[in-house]
Design a protein around this ligand. Structure first.
Ligand code: GLY
Length: 387
């Protein structure tokens, strides 16, 4: 990983932009800003090791949809359409293949109640004219032979795709290194401002980094940055997700499989090298990142109902990450209300999906058609409506 040590405390550092947070969101913003000719510095104690490390990488705005979350669906679709170019350009610049695949998601139901719930989702998607294909149990197994005979039916969402988020963060770090963007392994402890505009950050090492713009992209930690005025603190909370990585033969699964088993949800995301990511819990446990036996048991119990063969696979990794959740499940992207400070956090379940869109909104030259979507994400919706 191309990460420098913390800068010496007495070093005079300055950049057009300093990005606080080296997860997939912060790194994507830094990469876009650098490509637009801006000088950038990224600060994170352990870049790429937070939620991005535990993410499965589904680019699935349609199959992840919940009723009433049409604005989130629109954001997700806008970002999904940017992923092919983002992945191709990133892979070309970094030399790292990010395993971007687009064979779609098969969303299946185990019991009669699960099938009824899935059918309601299909009704909602069809009302929005989104392409979904309803399948019987037999058709599901034809599409994905590893599925259990007990699967009752499902929907095929052909437009969904996925990537390997660990490769994406590695690629972003490599691309930033090639462009000479420093990524400092340090912790931001406060902002440089004298009760006025934000003019940089102060780090745990004692270093001060001046910047024309500070972008706060610290995921679940964004709500607790010391020195941020209370009216500007984004209302993000940690939402824990635990995953398990399994190894099968390449092609063990042909596409992403999501399932509802007696009301609880599980998904299986295949990698090109045969690895399968099984996820994910959704737990409100504060900043707890322990991997627990009970959560893994529940994931395996549900996933085995859908794909019985997974119990034969080797366990290669266990991980837990903290999604940055918000009160309305929409991200918090845009000017904070304090001059010199922009927020890019609150991506909850959609950080990987939404990184190209977020980078475009924050780091320059956004498509003018994005204005209505940008308004949905504005941090000011909390300062104006909820305080
Ligand atoms: N996007 C899937 C998850 O957050 O678990």
């Amino acid at each position: 990983m191309q990460v420098s040590n913390a800068p010496p405390a007495d070093a005079a550092r300055h950049a057009d932009m300093v990005v606080v947070g080296g997860g997939i969101i912060g790194l994507s913003i830094a990469w876009r800003a650098a490509r637009h000719g801006r000088s950038v510095i990224v600060v994170d104690p352990a870049p790429g090791s937070g939620a991005s490390h535990a993410a499965a990488g589904m680019l699935a705005p349609v199959s992840e949809v919940a009723y009433t979350e049409e604005p989130l669906l629109r954001l997700g679709l806008a970002s999904l359409s940017r992923w092919p170019a983002f992945a191709a350009e990133l892979s070309a610049e970094s030399g790292v293949d990010v395993d971007h695949r687009g064979e779609g998601t098969l969303d299946v139901a185990f019991g009669a109640d699960d099938l009824a719930a899935l059918s309601e989702v299909a009704d909602f998607l069809e009302k929005l004219s989104l392409p979904v294909q309803r399948l019987t149990g037999r058709e599901c197994r034809r599409a994905e032979p590893m599925l259990a005979p007990s699967v009752r039916g499902g929907i095929l969402v052909a437009g969904d795709a996925w990537v390997d988020p660990r490769r994406v963060t590695a690629a972003l770090l490599a691309a930033l290194a090639r462009r000479g963007v420093p990524v400092f392994a340090d912790r931001v402890t406060g902002l440089l401002s004298a009760d006025g505009p934000v003019r940089g950050v102060r780090c745990a090492s004692g270093a001060a980094i001046g910047a024309g713009l500070v972008v706060l992209a610290a995921g679940a930690w964004s709500g607790s940055l010391p020195g941020l005025p209370p009216e500007v603190l984004p209302p993000v909370r940690p939402v824990k997700g635990q995953i398990m990585r399994l190894r099968g033969a390449p092609g063990f699964l042909g596409r992403c499989v999501r399932g509802v088993v007696h009301g609880s949800r599980a998904y299986l995301v295949p990698r090109g090298d045969g690895e399968i990511v099984l996820g994910a819990t959704q737990e409100e446990m504060g900043f707890d990142t322990r991997v627990t036996a009970g959560a893994l048991w529940e994931l395996l119990r549900d996933a085995r109902e859908l794909v019985p063969g997974i119990t034969e696979l080797e366990v290669v990794d266990l991980a837990a990450g903290l999604r940055p959740g918000t009160p309305d499940n929409l991200p918090v992207i845009g000017p904070s209300g304090v001059d010199g400070l922009v927020l890019a956090t609150g991506h909850h379940r959609g950080g990987v999906l939404l990184c190209p869109l977020t980078a475009e909104l924050v780091a320059g030259d956004p498509d003018p058609g994005l204005v209505p979507l940008a308004a949905l994400c504005s941090p000011l919706r909390f300062t104006e409506a909820h305080r």
